[in-house]
Write a protein that binds this ligand. Structure first.
Ligand SMILES: Cc1cc2nc3c(=O)[nH]c(=O)nc-3n(C[C@H](O)[C@H](O)[C@H](O)COP(=O)(O)OP(=O)(O)OC[C@H]3O[C@@H](n4cnc5c(N)ncnc54)[C@H](O)[C@@H]3O)c2cc1C
Ligand code: SF4
Length: 483
């Protein structure tokens, strides 16, 4: 018996499904791909989320970190397969006419059009038939999916398509409408309010020179780029931070024409929180990373801007269990630059006029089960509750909020959260199919020279053959022999 035979099958709840914040039935959609039924595969994902394509492009791949195929060789490329399904089902998402909801007469105001707010709106309108208005401060909807994630990772036609689908489900989106006062929404006749405002304020370093002209925070930089088009960045850019915002800012600066882009991170390669494949792609694009280095001062004189740094070493662990960086005495150094981008974290910006309780990190306090705040009829979801997280987590949170709001409005406790019907399938026939003993398929990438001169998508997507081969690597952990 080979290793595949030893590991395959036998689990009621496969690990990939358990790890997914949305509990998407991964083995079922992989089987549909294998059969060539792409619309069926998309329906499996759509049972759990309106954002099939967005997740196909940018999901954090919780499922792959737990995939049992890694016990044989490498995890199944589940996310690349989701993207394959979404790309080939695009016409469907664009053309489907969702039901126009029968109104219950209840009105829900949602503040913020990121994944949490839009998902909650989708479920409240399409499944529970309430009248939903989403208020968005920015000129276009999407939250960080539009204002944060650069276009070379998430093409805007993909995002626009899925937001269009949500609007067709009966969700009204009012852009360029910042909300400062919750009570006025109730006075206008809304019966419940959901706060889904994300974490848009950048954390500062607290060092000298941070307010100088050539210093910008990571979120402002990405927002200006994503909403305003091309920016002028100069030649030498220093990015401070080691998370996804830092890497996205660095790769964007490179595409805007900067010759020397350096990321400076205070811990080592091992602790860098940014996604590994994105760090590798950044390195391929010529971005330099200085590990174990932290800034102490930013200066500007006639010769231009400079950043002073000190080298660090790791000693002991901090309160989060991460190795603690401590400065090495006498190890100061200086780098010249034209622009400094500070990307060391984000936090929410909840107006005091909302009258809500926030914790020490500025996050909205909620009942963990119902997501209700202390204020009657006001709920909160997404990053403004959890802190900076991910699209999938924000979708899951928005969905939970929708269920709670529906219960609050109607007293109906028998709520379900699946908008699409569960697809029936006969899996016994699949036992006849082999599980392929082939290595994980590699995502084809755009040539590096083209990558650094444009915002075209870097990951090109699987071909039909690659998708079917990869889907056939799944060990079908959900299949059990019944005697
Ligand atoms: C650069 C970057 C890259 C990322 N990359 C990934 C990735 O690859 N994969 C992944 O899974 N996650 C990624 N994330 C994280 C992910 O985008 C967020 O976790 C997610 O968008 C949070 O969703 P949300 O709905 O809670 O808030 P947001 O998406 O932040 O949306 C909140 C919305 O509320 C609006 N708003 C705020 N205040 C008001 C107000 N008073 N009135 C009206 N509107 C208001 C804001 O304008 C915004 O549109 C990334 C984040 C960033 C910044
Ligand atoms: S082998 Fe298939 S079913 Fe098992 S954890 Fe991986 S993707 Fe899920």
């Amino acid at each position: 018996m080979n290793k595949i035979e030893l590991v395959k099958g036998g689990f009621e709840k496969p690990r990939c499904v358990q790890a997914c914040p949305l509990k998407i039935d991964v083995p079922r959609y992989l089987r549909a791909i294998r059969k060539g039924d792409l619309d069926g595969a998309a329906s499996v994902v759509r049972e759990k989320t309106p954002f099939v394509s967005v997740l196909g492009y940018v999901c954090r791949r919780y499922c792959e970190t737990k995939c049992r195929r890694a016990e044989v060789d490498e995890a199944v490329a589940i996310n690349a397969l989701e993207r394959f399904v979404a790309d080939n089902e695009q016409h469907l998402a664009g053309s489907v006419q969702p039901n126009v909801p029968k109104a219950t007469g209840k009105r829900v105001a949602i503040i913020g059009s990121g994944p949490a707010g839009l998902t909650a709106g989708y479920y409240l309108a399409r499944l529970y038939h309430h009248n939903v208005t989403v208020f968005e401060a920015d000129a276009k909807p999407g939250g960080m999916m539009r204002g944060g994630i650069p276009e070379y990772r998430l093409p805007r036609r993909v995002l626009d398509n899925e937001i269009g689908f949500i609007e067709k489900s009966g969700v009204q989106i009012r852009t360029s409408t910042p909300i400062q006062d919750l009570d006025s929404l109730f006075k206008e006749g809304f019966d419940a309010v959901l706060l889904a405002v994300g974490t848009w304020r950048s954390v500062t370093l607290g060092i000298e020179g941070e307010r100088l002209q050539d210093v910008v925070d990571g979120m402002s930089f990405l927002r200006s780029l994503n909403y305003g088009g091309r920016l002028s960045v100069g030649n030498r850019i220093i990015i401070i931070g080691g998370g996804n915002v830092a890497v996205d800012a660095a790769r964007s600066a490179k595409r805007l024409g900067a010759a020397e882009v350096t990321i400076v991170y205070r811990r080592s390669n091992e602790e860098m929180p940014a996604r590994r494949d994105e760090v590798d792609q950044a390195l391929e694009e010529g971005i330099r990373i200085l590990f174990l280095t932290t800034p102490t001062k930013i200066l500007r004189d006639k010769a231009g801007s400079h950043v002073e740094f000190v080298r660090m070493k790791l000693a002991g662990v901090d309160e989060h269990g991460r190795r603690r960086p401590v400065p090495i005495p006498g190890s100061h150094m200086k780098l010249n630059c034209d622009m400094v981008i500070v990307a060391v974290g984000e936090e929410p910006d909840i107006p005091p006029s909302f009258g809500l309780t926030v914790n020490n990190n500025g996050l909205v306090r909620v009942d963990q089960e119902t997501l209700s705040t202390g204020k009657p009829g006001v709920f909160a979801a997404g990053d403004c509750v959890t802190g900076p997280s991910s699209v999938a987590e924000a979708i899951a949170s928005g969905k939970r909020a929708a269920i709670s709001i529906h219960r609050y409005l109607t007293g109906d406790w028998k709520t379900r959260d699946e908008v699409a019907p569960h697809q029936q399938e006969i899996i016994a026939e699949m036992w006849k199919e082999d599980i392929l003993d082939t290595p994980r398929q590699r995502m084809p990438l755009l040539q590096i020279a083209e990558r650094v001169t444009s915002f075209s998508p870097v990951e090109l997507g699987f071909t039909d053959d690659m998708a079917r081969t990869e889907a056939a690597r799944c060990l079908r952990c959900d299949e059990r022999l019944t005697v």
